[in-house]
Every structure is written in structure tokens, then in C-alpha cells.
Ligand binder design. Structure first.
Ligand code: SF4
Length: 109
């Protein structure tokens, strides 16, 4: 799973950080950014800064997206294991989840 934030919509309330501080952070500008391997991905930000989410953080990232008041946490799912979670995803964030084609299936086609 990968995740990114549309900073233009972020309210800066920090709920995402409350749910998963390993994946989300608030910078000095008061806006949330994604984090990957302890590195803040703020350049360029938005969809240009996708963070890979470790499997253990997947439920917390989904929860953060569900409660995000800005509706600005976007998720990309691209592995069969991630896709298994699709049935558990709250309808509130379904529009912000992009399930990408399985790369193995594409290669076999
Ligand atoms: S929960 Fe959403 S609106 Fe709130 S700080 Fe995080 S990304 Fe921004």
C-alpha cells in the first residue's frame, strides 16, 4: 500500500498523526505530510510524494483516512495482500482508494 496527502485540502488537525505517527507528520507550516522510513516526503508533496506503508501500519493508515476531516488522504493498493483489505474498507474512503492492476497479471497479458 502507498499513501499520499493532498496538502491543499488538509486542515492540519493532526488526526492522522494521532492514528499513525510513523506514517504521518505535521510540519512547521501546520500541514500534514507522509513519512517513509523516518523521512518526511514534503518535496514536492501531494500526489508527487507517495509513501510506502509497512504492512503493520496498513490498518492505522486506513483508519486515519476514514476519520480525516479534509478527506485528503489517498491510498493506492497494488499487491494482492493489500487488496485483501478492500472488503474491510469503510465506504467513506472508497473514492480515495486507487486499486492498481496487479503487475504480474499485466506482465502475463
Ligand atoms: S487527518 Fe487529514 S486533514 Fe487532518 S491533518 Fe491529517 S491529512 Fe490533514
Amino acid at each position: 500500500m502507498r499513501v499520499w496527502i493532498d496538502q491543499d485540502l488538509c486542515t492540519g488537525d493532526g488526526l492522522c498523526v494521532d492514528h499513525c505517527h510513523d506514517v504521518f507528520t505535521i510540519l512547521e507550516d501546520g500541514i500534514a505530510y507522509v513519512v517513509e522510513d523516518n523521512q518526511v516526503l514534503n518535496d514536492p508533496g501531494s500526489s508527487g510524494s507517495l509513501a510506502q506503508v509497512r504492512q503493520r501500519h496498513v490498518p492505522d493508515v486506513i483508519k486515519a483516512a476514514e476519520v480525516c476531516p479534509g478527506e485528503c488522504i489517498f491510498i493506492e493498493i497494488d499487491t494482492p495482500r493489500d487488496a485483501d483489505l478492500d472488503g474491510e474498507v469503510d465506504g467513506r474512503i472508497a473514492a480515495r482508494i486507487d486499486i492498481r492492476a496487479d503487475l504480474d497479471d499485466e506482465a502475463a497479458a
